[in-house]
Design a protein around this ligand. Structure first.
Ligand code: S3P
Length: 165
């Protein structure tokens, strides 16, 4: 059984996942890092060269592979559960924790970020609001547990997850 962290860009999936893995001596894998390594390309370059649809295909393939792992802490990408097939595969491979963050908090964290292709627009807060609103039902539907992360420290969030694991 894996422990799978999902949620919007900037919610802390990788940071919390690494923290949990270190603290409890678990194995950790970050889906985006796995993709970058396999494709030997940054996420931005994959979007630029091949487009989002191709990225989603690559992402589904990576999810299929990672789901074969066992006892890992897995940090997903923010769009990984958009495809119902991905959500189905992931549900079978572990417990899914949705790290729930507000649009305002995402904006605070990512306003100067240039590494997320979907947020490179003039109206970043608008883009965050739109995407988050569309995705919220999918996150909730995929989740076994929902953890609110606004205004919480890494330690606090990790402890909450650990207690539920
Ligand atoms: C995406 C989130 C990113 C990355 C890609 C697409 C999304 O991961 O997979 O840019 O659709 O939300 P993070 O959530 O780790 O930023």
């Amino acid at each position: 059984m894996n422990t799978i962290l999902c949620g919007f860009m900037g919610c802390g999936k990788s940071t919390i996942g690494k923290h949990l893995a270190q603290k409890y001596n678990s194995k950790f894998i970050d889906l985006d890092d796995y993709i970058v390594e396999k494709q030997n390309m940054s996420i931005s370059d994959i979007f630029k060269e091949f487009g989002e649809a191709k990225f989603r295909e690559i992402e589904t393939q990576a999810i299929t592979e990672i789901s074969e792992f066992d006892n890992y802490i897995v940090a997903l990408g923010g769009g990984a559960i958009l495809n119902p097939l991905n959500a189905e595969i992931l549900k079978k491979s572990g417990k899914i924790f949705f790290l729930n963050i507000s649009a305002e908090e995402v904006y605070k964290r990512l306003k100067d970020d240039t590494s997320r292709p979907l947020l490179q627009t003039d109206d970043k807060l608008g883009a965050i609001n739109d995407l988050l609103q569309k995705r919220m039902p999918l996150y909730i539907n995929a989740a076994d547990y929902i953890i609110d992360v606004d205004d919480k420290k890494i330690e606090e969030i990790s402890d909450e997850i650990k207690n539920l694991m």
